[in-house]
Design a protein around this ligand. Structure first.
Ligand code: FCB
Length: 444
């Protein structure tokens, strides 16, 4: 087992969540709809017809959730803002009631000694923008995203120091526009490439706006999900497919944003989308890199429109409820590689696993599988640090069980159990495990 002394004193412990996955209150305080409201209302899109309408009701219960963070001695909490809560139509006049919610949340966190880490976009695009044809496939979204960043900077910049633009730009562009399994349900290679380029440009524009509108000393970053892309079989064809998967899933958003240059494979795919000086517009120096990671991925050359196909982990591999391969050594490797390639301080902003463990007869949630997973993955962090990777913090996914996108409420990722009927919160064994590492009394 890892122990607190395996990490430096100032290592940041914390948890992450996302607006649509926990907030609920979907029609309250003047909130406009997002593409996830529309997508989850469409029959057959989300397992069991689940929606985020109520979710964990964090919109009303945030103080209780913050109290749990404080009791765990967490120093940081990464949350995302619902764009359509603060700009109902994605642009125009800010919605004061929506901004008030993030004000209250920020103040509650600060009062309890937890740093708010704000992520601008965790996948809930305002539906009005999508309907007006101004979603990620349209380049005109770039200044709108920067304006949205400016609204938040002006309102919260006096209290929030740590900001991120996009959560997993690589994942939502592929899942939402390429594979069509997430909102807005578009399945089109060209739309995917459009979305990737416009998200990259939006990142650059938002960082410039934040630098201009935030006090100096603000810490700006982005949060890709980086996962080794491995060949499904030991053949030249699958190795080539893995190179394409690596370009599509790891490089296409990270390289231009962090190095100022598309990698050769993605550049070739992008073609004339990349206009002169676009790469300069995308690149802006950052202060930190959030790294989300769950498992390695496997590519097969059994071609589809993308030139690679996602495969299951090898026979006999240990897998979570999501079917994701438990492979802490892949985590160690990606931490080391990422640190060497991008040369920024890294904070793990998501890592964790899904199970379906419920409270026992005494009300105890003993998620031993998660404790084991976290312990092994934190062991990988210790190894990566020993090998020189500049990893400075670990924010678990997730603080609470929540709406797991197209999978609905089945997979539970929280260190705190949520009873979706009563909305009761019950800290799990994994919560006590992390609280112990964070320096809280172990009985927390
Ligand atoms: C990540 C997402 C997060 C959550 C976890 C399990 O890709 O950023 O919202 O769904 O996976």
């Amino acid at each position: 087992m890892v122990s607190r002394s395996d990490f430096p004193e100032d290592f940041v412990w914390g948890a992450s969540t996302a607006s649509y996955q926990i907030e609920g209150g979907y029609q309250e305080g003047g909130r406009g709809l997002s593409i996830w409201d529309a997508f989850s209302a469409e029959p057959g899109r989300v397992k069991n017809g689940d929606t985020g309408n109520v979710a964990c009701d964090h919109y009303h219960r945030y103080a209780e959730d913050v109290a749990l963070m404080k009791a765990a001695n967490f120093r940081a909490y990464r949350f995302s803002v619902s764009w359509s809560r603060v700009l109902a139509e994605g642009r125009g006049t800010p919605n004061e009631a929506g901004l008030d919610f993030y004000d209250r949340l920020t103040d509650e966190l600060l009062k309890n000694g937890v740093e708010p880490w704000l992520c601008l976009y965790h996948w809930d695009l305002p539906l009005a923008l999508h309907k007006a044809g101004l979603g990620w496939t349209n380049r005109e979204i770039v200044p709108l995203f920067a304006d949205y960043a400016g609204v938040l900077a002006k309102r919260l910049g006096d209290r929030i120091r740590t900001w991120a633009t996009f959560n997993e730009p690589n994942m939502f562009t592929m899942l939402g526009y390429g594979a069509g399994v997430h909102a807005p349900g578009i399945r089109d290679r060209e739309a995917w490439l459009d979305a990737v380029h416009h998200v990259n440009l939006s990142h650059g524009a938002a960082i410039r706006r934040l630098r201009a509108d935030l006090p100096s000393g603000a810490k700006l970053g982005t949060v890709p999900n980086l996962q080794p892309a491995l060949p499904a079989t030991d053949t030249d064809e699958d190795r080539e497919a893995a190179r394409k998967m690596d370009a599509a899933m790891n490089r296409a958003t990270a390289d231009p944003v962090l190095l100022g240059k598309y990698d050769p494979i993605t550049r070739d795919w992008m073609g004339a989308r990349i206009r002169p000086s676009d790469e300069e517009a995308i690149y802006a120096p950052l202060d930190w890199l959030g790294l989300n990671h769950y498992s390695p991925t496997y590519a097969s050359a059994r071609a589809n429109a993308f030139g690679f196909r996602n495969m299951d982990p090898p026979e006999g591999a240990e897998k979570t409820l999501m079917g994701w391969h438990v492979a802490p050594s892949a985590f160690r490797d990606i931490l080391i590689e990422t640190s060497q390639r991008y040369r920024l301080p890294i904070y793990v902003t998501e890592n964790g696993m899904a199970d379906s463990v419920e409270p026992d007869a005494k009300g105890v949630v003993n998620d031993a599988g998660r404790v084991s997973y976290l312990d092994r993955y934190l062991g990988a962090v210790v190894e990566a640090r020993a090998a020189g990777a500049d990893v400075r913090g670990y924010l678990v996914w997730s603080m609470l069980d929540n709406f797991e996108w197209a999978m609905g409420y089945g997979p539970r990722f929280g260190i705190v159990h949520v009873d979706y009927a009563t909305l009761k919160r019950t800290p799990k064994a994994s919560y006590r495990y992390l609280a112990g590492l964070a320096g809280a009394p172990v009985s927390a």
